[in-house]
Structures are given as structure tokens and as C-alpha cells.
Design a protein around this ligand. Structure first.
Ligand code: SF4
Length: 394
């Protein structure tokens, strides 16, 4: 089975990347034909105004991938923009992809939504419409003045999705008004490239005739779109592409030092490039059970991020004891964090060392990816030739 996946080069990788993505990739490369690429063109869909760090970011991803255990002997590791055929297939696919498929793609809408910094909004539609609106408005960082007008817009019998759509539309215009900017100024992402990036993704996958793509649940609509494009192409020009399957991976959501999802933008991440001292400082700043103010107070490990890390990095036999001692109050948070730091360092230290040694010969590292890109290109050229013949371009 041929498996493909990519990652945008947004900078140094952190623990969240490892547990959410890379760990799974490392397992996959043992039993499958795997292709992993640095999606530098995709980085431009949202960050096209700021490319000064792009080269450096690509280098950081290369360093982290290899240091973490992706092996160029087992996986084809390459850089998207080195394989120009992705762009050509993207162009050909864009000829056959209805615009509405992209505009209604939930990920596209979601991403725009995320950029409005309201991604934490999860609607629990349990009560009536009024409860829903109340719940939503209570999460806004400001008061919604014309709340009643909004209520009037929504009728009780409307479906949840329609309510969402109405509400999102309302919030969008409301936020733009608050920020006193026009829609065009605010939406850096209101570009052709951003709208069309799922088509580029389809080209990334189908040019290798991949059978499977490891994804999280939020990426499922993209894979479905890729499958639809493959079906449409096959229908129009004859059987060419397999329909790739989504390989759903259940990964633990790793929280950052403040208890929220680990993310560069929250400034709460632990990076593989961090020094031992930096990691220690971050661990000591970790969010804990707010009810446990001092040693002696009983704690709740089940809600404590530090304990989540113990389960990942501390030896099993110690974890049970830590749980017990936290609950009884015998263990203080400072001591608890010190133990967690030891386990975390056991994991991070060899990665850091590999990273440092790779850094000594960046040229060699870059050559590995150039070599991978050449190999990937050989496959891509073959597919594109077939596509062009089917479309009577050759
Ligand atoms: S003792 Fe450890 S597990 Fe318990 S609240 Fe403190 S840091 Fe969390």
C-alpha cells in the first residue's frame, strides 16, 4: 500500500507535532511504502506576505523529521516545490473541479473561521435556539449589542447547520465592524490560492496514485474532495486514479504548558530545538490543578496536564504512585514537575543530540531531501504523462 502525507513548514516542530503526526508516520514507514513531503507551496496559501522565514522553516522541519526518526531509507522524503508536476496536475484538476465543491468545503470555511480566532467555538446544540445563541454570544470577547435582532433572524424550526451558518455570517460581519476594517483588508486568505488549496492537495496525493492518507478527523472532507476529483477525472477521461482512503488516526491531544492545545500561536509549546534549560523552565511553569495550591492539598491528576505528561514519559510503575500521592496531598506540584521533567528529558535528549549532529552538516541533510525529491519526481512525471495522454494533450 502506498501512503502519502505532507506537512506545512511553519517552523520548529514541537511535542504536539510528534504525538499528533510524526509518531504515526514513523510506524507507517515500517510496513508501507511511504511518501512524506514538506508542503512549502501550501505554506504560501496563508503566509504569502511573509516568506522571509520560509527557507529556515523548511530546514527546521528537515532537521526535526530526521532527528525524530523518519528514515530516508524507508520513506521517500521530499519537498513539494521541487516536484513541479504537482503544479501541473493542480492546474489540470482545477479545470474539472466545480467551484462550489471548494466554496462549500467545510475545511475552507473552518480555516477562515480559525483565522478569526474563534476556533475554540464548539456548538453543543442541546437546548433550544435561544440557548444556543446565548451560549455562542457568551463566548464572544465583547457584548453583542443587537442580540435581539439576531434572535429574530432565527426561527425555532431551523436546523442546527443553518443556525450555525446564520450565526457565523453574523459574527463575521460583526467582528469586521468591531475591527473597523473592510472584509478585503482583513481576509488575507481571500485568495484564489487559498480557495483552491484542496485541489493542490488532491494533486499532491493523486500524482503518486497513493492508496491511503493518514489524517485527523478534521481533514476528512479534504480526502473526500480528492476522491471526488479522482472519480470525476476517471469518469471524464477513463480509469487513471485510485480513490485514496483516509487512514484515521486517533492521537492523544497533547496540551501545552498552559493546558490548552499545544500550538506555536499560543506560545505554550515544547520544541525539539529547546535546550534542556528551556524545557525545564517551561515544565516549571506548567499549569496544574488550580485547587491544589500547596503541598498537602489533595489534587486531581485527572484534570492536570502535568499528569498527562507523566502518563507519556514517566515509567509506568511510578505513575500509579504519583496519582495516589497527588490525590492524598503527599506530593507537591514542584516535586511532581521535577519527576515529570526527568522522564521528558529521557525522551528529548537523544532527539536533541541527533538534531545537533545533523545541524553540523546541513548540506548533507538538504541533499537527502533533494535526492528524495528527484525520486518522487520520477513517479510524478510518469503519472502526468499518462494524464496528458488521457486528456489528449499528448
Ligand atoms: S501533584 Fe502533580 S499531578 Fe497533582 S496537581 Fe500537582 S502537578 Fe498535577
Amino acid at each position: 500500500m502506498r501512503v502519502i502525507s505532507g506537512m506545512r513548514p511553519t517552523g520548529k516542530l514541537h511535542l504536539g507535532h510528534y504525538f499528533g503526526v510524526i509518531k504515526n508516520w514513523i510506524n507507517l514507514q515500517e510496513n508501507h511504502e511511504t511518501l512524506f513531503f514538506i508542503a512549502d507551496w501550501h505554506a504560501l496559501t496563508t503566509a504569502y506576505k511573509k516568506t522571509s522565514e520560509l527557507k529556515e522553516n523548511i530546514r527546521e522541519v528537515m532537521l526535526d523529521w530526521i532527528a525524530l526518526g523518519l528514515d530516508p531509507k524507508k520513506s521517500l522524503l521530499f519537498i513539494q516545490s521541487r516536484v513541479k508536476e504537482h503544479a501541473e496536475l493542480f492546474l489540470l484538476f482545477s479545470m474539472i473541479t466545480p467551484k462550489s465543491w471548494l466554496e462549500w468545503n467545510p475545511s475552507y470555511k473552518d480555516m477562515k473561521y480559525n483565522l478569526l480566532r474563534i476556533q475554540d467555538l464548539e456548538i453543543q446544540f442541546k437546548g433550544g435556539i435561544r440557548d444556543l445563541i446565548k451560549e455562542l454570544t457568551s463566548r464572544l470577547p465583547y457584548k453583542v449589542e443587537d442580540f435581539e435582532a439576531l434572535e429574530d433572524m432565527i426561527l425555532d424550526e431551523l436546523s442546527q447547520s443553518l443556525v450555525r451558518a446564520v450565526f457565523e455570517g453574523y459574527m463575521e460581519s460583526h467582528i469586521l465592524k468591531e475591527l473597523n476594517v473592510s472584509k478585503r483588508d482583513f481576509y488575507d486568505t481571500d485568495t484564489y490560492g487559498f480557495l483552491g488549496y484542496p485541489v493542490l492537495q488532491a494533486a499532491d496525493i493523486l500524482i503518486y496514485k497513493a492508496n491511503a492518507v493518514p489524517v485527523g478527523e478534521d481533514q476528512l472532507p479534504h480526502i473526500e474532495l480528492t476522491r471526488e476529483i479522482a472519480r470525476r477525472f476517471n469518469y471524464l477521461y477513463g480509469d487513471t486514479f485510485p480513490e485514496p482512503q483516509a487512514m484515521l488516526t486517533q492521537t492523544p491531544k497533547l496540551v501545552g504548558i498552559d493546558g490548552r492545545k499545544m500550538s506555536k500561536s499560543y506560545n505554550n509549546a515544547i520544541y525539539f530545538a529547546d535546550t534542556k534549560e528551556e524545557v525545564e523552565q517551561k515544565v516549571m511553569r506548567f499549569f496544574t490543578d488550580p485547587q491544589k495550591l500547596r503541598k498537602g492539598d489533595p489534587g486531581r491528576p485527572e484534570i492536570c496536564p502535568v499528569f498527562m505528561y507523566h502518563k507519556l514519559f514517566t515509567q509506568d510503575e511510578k505513575v500509579l504512585q504519583i496519582e495516589k500521592d497527588c490525590k492524598s496531598g503527599k506530593l507537591g506540584c514542584v516535586e511532581c514537575k521535577k519527576i515529570m521533567f526527568e522522564g521528558l528529558e529521557r525522551f528529548l535528549e537523544p532527539i536533541r543530540e541527533r538534531r545537533e549532529s545533523l545541524k553540523q552538516d546541513i548540506k548533507h541533510l538538504e541533499e537527502l531531501f533533494e535526492e528524495g525529491s528527484k525520486k518522487a519526481r520520477q513517479i510524478a512525471i510518469k503519472t502526468l504523462e499518462e494524464v496528458e495522454k488521457k486528456m489528449n494533450l499528448r
